[in-house]
Design a protein around this ligand. Structure first.
Ligand SMILES: C[S@@+](CC[C@H](N)C(=O)[O-])C[C@H]1O[C@@H](n2cnc3c(N)ncnc32)[C@H](O)[C@@H]1O
Length: 237
């Protein structure tokens, strides 16, 4: 799809992860935000980063991503809200500045695997610091179609927790996205294009957009609803 449509697709999403407002508040509580430095690796448009900085005025925050459109959205939101958050276009796996707090949500693939991400993040977060780590896991045995979509590397929750412990982290908080959070995530991820399609039924791109919307909904309901889980872990040492 072209840049115009790509920019439209996520406009209805609060953030790019299955997470309600109250759940986000709980996670930020558990991060015990204060002063120092926070980095959000694979930040997307950094909405959670902006909220973290709103809560803790002494905190300096940087979002890192490779997606230029997401970074622009984050910078525009920061400017509109008078936030000092910075957004940097870079490969997050190369971040090497020690921080007191880090977010890595839905972005472990940047490091190659959950294990590599947890080990890499342990080198970035200071020993007294905290990490908010969000990742997918198999909540039920996947069928062939789900394996095809998400690949063979996804872990079960117990195996993910073994990787957490193996990288030297202690779990301070564990929660998982519930069904409403998943359904809202999937619906809002489709809403930007669904609204465009309703307004532009005769556009030459309409057929492809419609096919994408139908496929995404079909795959969700048939292949991974209730099978793909997502966990949020606040980790310390
Ligand atoms: C599922 S999204 C999660 C975004 C964000 N953490 C959130 O919760 O809204 C994964 C993000 O990783 C970013 N990404 C992928 N490869 C990257 C890389 N090498 N360095 C930095 N960001 C990357 C994508 O552009 C995308 O914004």
């Amino acid at each position: 799809m072209d840049d115009e449509l790509n920019a439209l697709r996520r406009t209805r999403m609060r953030w790019n992860t299955p997470l309600s407002e109250p759940h986000a508040d709980l996670l930020l509580d558990r991060m015990a935000l204060a002063g120092g430095r926070l980095v959000d690796l694979g930040c997307g448009w950094g909405e959670l980063l902006l909220r973290a900085l709103d809560r803790a005025p002494g905190l300096r925050g940087t979002g890192v991503d490779t997606d230029v459109a997401g970074l622009e959205r984050g910078r525009a939101a920061a400017a509109a809200r008078g936030s000092a958050a910075e957004f940097t276009e870079a490969d997050a796996a190369t971040w090497d500045v020690p921080v007191e707090r880090a977010f890595c949500i839905g972005a472990a693939h940047i490091f190659g695997s959950a294990k590599a991400a947890l080990e890499g993040l342990a080198r970035v977060v200071r020993p007294s610091g905290r990490l908010l780590y969000g990742d997918g896991f198999w909540a039920a045995p996947p069928g062939a179609a789900a394996l095809d979509i998400f690949g063979p590397d996804l872990l079960t929750l117990p195996d993910l927790l073994d990787a957490v412990a193996g990288a030297g982290w202690r779990v301070l908080h564990l929660s998982t996205a519930d069904q409403l959070e998943w359904d809202d995530f999937e619906s809002t991820s489709r809403a930007g294009w669904a609204e465009w399609l309703a307004a532009h039924p005769a556009d030459p791109r309409a057929e492809r957009v419609g096919e994408w919307l139908d496929r995404r909904l079909r795959e969700y309901v048939r292949d991974y609803r209730g099978v793909l889980g997502f966990t949020y872990l606040v980790l310390g040492r």
